[in-house]
Design a protein around this ligand. Sequence first.
Ligand code: TYD
Ligand code: MG
Length: 509
Amino acid sequence: MARNTTRFFCTDCGHEELRWLGQCPACQAWNTFAEMKVAPAVGASKGARGYSAAAKRPVGFGGQASAGGPPAGAAPQPVPLAKVQSAATRRLPVEPAEVARVLGGGLVEGSVVLLGGEPGVGKSTLLTGLALWWVRQGIRVVYLAGEESPAQIRMRAERLGFRPDREPGFLILPEVHLETILGALDEATLAAASGSGVAAGPPPATIVIADSIQTLHSDEVDAYPGSPTQIRYCGGVLADFARRSGWPVFLVGHVTKTGDLAGPKLLEHMVDTVLYFEGSGGGAIRMVRAVKNRFGTTGELAVMEMRGEGLVPVDQAGLMFLSGRRGVEPGAAVCAVKNGSRTFLVEVQALVSPARYGTPQRVVQGVDSKRVALLAAILEKRGGLDLAGCDIFVKVAGGGRVDDPGADLAVVVALASSLRERPVPEGTLVLGEVGLTGEVRGVSELEARLREAAGHGFTRVVLAAVAGRRPRGVKGIEQVPATSVEEAVALAFEPGHPAGGRRAREATP
Ligand code: TYD
Ligand code: MG
């Protein structure tokens, strides 16, 4: 092996430098550089094709192999796009339906899914639960156990309803050495392990779960397991394996709050789907979010609850982020946000009080804190409220997180409601993006949002006045258009506001 050399990597984004830097030039994060040993010869031998190990290795991948490409050693030739066969994406079924939806309707064959999340959030529980369902459908699952012993995995599986006589296709491979793993992932070995004959019909579909990618290591790179170099290399080889074999691969990656060992970030570009698994404010609610999906839409959200018997989808997930005390207390405003194909009613809560000590505090949970600072400034400048000397606390009820700009107006109204000690009347929804000049802008998919709100007893919505075009009415919900933040705030509190009454009559067909 060639002379070792050291490099510095940003643990957040994987950016590589020859020397240590305080701030990453790529992602601007501070104090994220870590020193790693790398073996330059291996990196050089990879060439432009990338990962060498899987390419060099005799291909023993079973299943629906579809390697394609030039034979080893031949120079690759450009091919007209018209001559390329378009592959129909075949999807393996996934249960529960919550998770299937986040994956875009099923698990695409040969795809690589990265499941990131903090330790203890329930990644292994989710994947073990999915695996149990798959093996009952006759799909074989190989669980690469890097973090836990087979006995621990068995205990978890038993908790989730594992029945030894029904699930022979659940295979555990307690191995962290990448080359050994690749050697074992072949049809004959797996068929022998699961006790089924090799020749008996077509081989079953197989899903590989690597729990976790941080524990794997390869001889091809000279770095510690869990280091950016190992994570990138092992992730790349397994991604390559998935594409050649047609076997979907799950890569579990831990993310910590401080961002160190942020392996998943290094892998995002080489996988097909990135799911992030989040808890909510220490409770039992867990959310799986697709942040990248080559085979579906992003922004989809699955809401589940961690119970004694595993993760269970939540009934009425659309109401998860309401406190259940609408319209009673000041400092709360409800909006309807889109997460992929789903609509959620979300209650934004604010507490505004005069700052007693020094610099006023701004504490924000579940909404981008810069956005809240911006909205507070707009409210101050355009809405005529004095927030400068106040502590501001903002959060989303139920531990939710909102990225939808349509929630801007709810933040603004919640702040105003807390400052003025006036509750927003029950049944009122506020919906709109707020611009720097204090204008209220429309939201996408308005009708779907209004239907969801009307379905849960909301009767009135303050929203953007759309010039020249009347929004389509939704039965049971009165639309109260507002052009400015000031007007919207006034209308949110006062059903009888003169502007509100006039506009509402105009807008309702
Ligand atoms: P785990 O899947 O091990 O987390 P991760 O793989 O993300 O590190 O799950 C961790 C927590 O979930 C653990 O504290 C126990 C809890 N749990 C339940 O509440 N119910 C269950 O059925 C299972 C299996 C785990
Ligand atoms: Mg785990």
